[in-house]
Design a protein around this ligand. Structure first.
Ligand SMILES: NC(=O)c1ncn([C@@H]2O[C@H](COP(=O)(O)O)[C@@H](O)[C@H]2O)c1NC=O
Length: 522
């Protein structure tokens, strides 16, 4: 049996979007509609004939709506497989009519939690009868079509006119229905394990014994990190929410896997600053980060850090792109420009270059949320690194060597400390006038990172300040910096050889501040 004519429908929806049009269409096609409490009331208001579900169950809706459709007269009508004669004759014996179509959406549990509603209210918003009907109908897709999304109502009416959904369509609807209940259950179960009923370990550490999230495929990608790897982008939560996965692309070729990774790193760097900031990224590392009085100035300074590496880079800003910045970027081959917006005229300037990808990204969420990292056989979770720890405030830094920095030097050190968080470890970052001038990244020892930063800075190293993402284990890395002309350094401290490192700073006459906070980035 492929096509299944739609003669009897059960509709029970919390979200009444599109309900009236659906009701009109079904009634016009002669479909009998059975409905619960306020769904039935809404249909009746617009003169769509409805059979109340109580007439089917012979039982009143009760317990504040906790029991409406949970009845064999409903569930036998949903679960009878009409390809099996014995199911059909059982229905006949019991006097139960089957359903061909089920339209259900669930109580808004996630919205209740997000609104900060008290726990009892959230619990009350856990739908029981809805998921039961959705699962039953999805299992019985051989006989029943199940719809959980108002955006599918047009398809329903088209199918009614066409003589019913085909088996292939009912299978797809069933897959969507199970995704709907899985996402719902992921939200409920994680809330229970995290906030409502944490076990003793979760109570102590905040890490639940069960952690589920639902991801929805947003798009497939041409390939992954390399052309022989398949890849797709999956989105969490609300597609209109913050962050890169929900970005609007205004121009350019399709985003690649590596474009996403680099854009994410660029946005992370740019949004670490409250002043207008530009970050230019290649292979997830900065080739320039700078703040300025305006976004065009920030871009000029960031680009000047390493204009060779910026070729083919990914740029992010924390302010809308101005025409002045657009004119500058238009001169440089750039893969992606991600920004919270574009001022009038900026897109026109940028689209002179065919290939640049322009993204409007709602500011990403900062910190707090769990970050995942897949490993063989499992996944690591950690709270996101944040730049607002106690040690990130220059007022809390400890001056351990040299003269106290003047205000301008301290501002440069504060900039360098924020920026070094976006450099892959081991990270040494040199800056002048709140712009990077040399970045040493991803080396397996800190001395080589220091050498790399100094080499990249060239003459600009004289008078620059330096930040190190983690402590100097020996004086050698620091000495590379001081011998090259760095005049002030900020680093977490915490090495068993801190005293030797501090003594080396004293000898060189440079200021050394310890933050007590580390920002490894792997
Ligand atoms: N308990 C039940 O038997 C039951 N049956 C259906 N529901 C839900 O009730 C809502 C619709 O109710 P109403 O038509 O009264 O607005 C839907 O979200 C549906 O998923 C139920 N409610 C909660 O579990």
């Amino acid at each position: 049996m492929s096509q299944q004519a739609i003669r009897r429908a059960l509709i029970s929806v919390y979200d009444k979007t599109g309900l009236e049009e659906l009701g009109y269409g079904l009634a016009e096609a002669g479909v009998e509609i059975v409905s619960t409490g306020s769904t039935a009331a809404r249909l009746r208001e617009v003169d769509v004939p409805v059979t109340p579900v109580e007439d089917v169950t012979g039982f009143p809706e009760c317990l504040d709506g906790r029991v409406k459709t949970l009845h064999p007269n409903v569930h036998a009508g949903l679960l009878a497989d009409r390809t099996r004669p014995e199911h059909q004759s059982a229905l006949d014996d019991l006097g139960i009519a089957p359903f061909d179509l089920v339209v259900v959406n669930l109580y808004p549990f996630q919205e209740a939690v997000a609104s900060g509603a008290p726990p009892e209210e959230c619990v009350e918003k856990i739908d029981i009868g809805g998921p039961a009907m959705v699962r039953a109908s999805a299992k019985n897709h051989a006989s029943v079509a199940v719809v959980t999304d108002p955006s599918s109502y047009d398809d329903v009416l088209e199918a009614v006119r066409a003589g019913g959904f085909t088996m292939e369509q009912r299978k797809r609807l069933a897959a969507m229905a199970y995704a709907h209940t899985a996402s719902y259950d992921a939200a409920v179960s994680t809330w229970f394990a995290t906030r409502y009923a944490p076990d003793e370990v979760a109570e102590r550490t905040g890490w639940p014994d069960f952690y589920a999230t639902a991801h929805e495929r947003a798009t497939t990608l041409r390939y992954g990190e390399n052309p022989h790897q398949d890849a797709a982008l999956y989105r969490v939560d609300d597609p209109s929410g913050p962050g890169l996965a929900g970005a609007e692309q205004l121009h350019g070729k399709e985003m690649s896997y590596n474009n996403y990774v680099d854009s994410d790193a660029a946005l992370r760097a740019a949004y670490d600053f409250s002043e207008p900031c530009v970050a230019i990224i290649k292979h997830a590392n900065p080739c320039g980060i700078a703040v300025g009085d305006d976004i065009a100035e920030a871009h000029r300074k960031a680009h000047a850090c390493d204009s060779v590496s910026a070729f083919g880079g990914v740029i992010a800003t924390n302010r809308p792109v101005s025409v002045a910045m657009a004119e500058q970027v238009a001169e440089i081959f750039t893969e992606v420009l991600a920004a919270p917006g574009f001022e009038p005229g900026a897109v026109e300037v940028l689209t002179r270059k065919k290939n640049i990808r322009l993204l409007v990204v709602r500011p990403p969420e900062r910190g707090g949320r769990a970050e995942t990292h897949g490993i063989s056989g499992g996944v690591l979770l950690q709270a996101s690194d944040r730049i607002d720890a106690a040690g990130d405030d220059p007022a809390s830094w400890e001056l351990r060597a040299g003269p106290a920095a003047d205000d301008a030097t301290l501002a440069d050190l504060a900039f360098a400390w924020r920026a070094v968080r976006s450099v892959k470890s081991n990270a040494i970052l040199l800056s002048v006038d709140r712009a990077t001038v040399g970045v040493g990244m991803g080396q397996v020892n800190r001395v080589d990172s220091a050498r790399l930063a100094v080499t990249r800075a060239g003459d600009r190293v004289r008078g620059a300040v330096a930040a190190s993402d983690a402590f100097f284990p020996f004086p050698d890395g620091l000495e590379v910096l001081t011998e090259a002309g760095v005049r002030a350094v900020v680093q977490p401290g915490g090495s068993v050889r801190d005293d030797e490192v501090v003594a080396a700073a004293e000898r060189a006459g440079v200021a050394m501040y310890l933050t007590g906070t580390r920002h490894f980035f792997h």
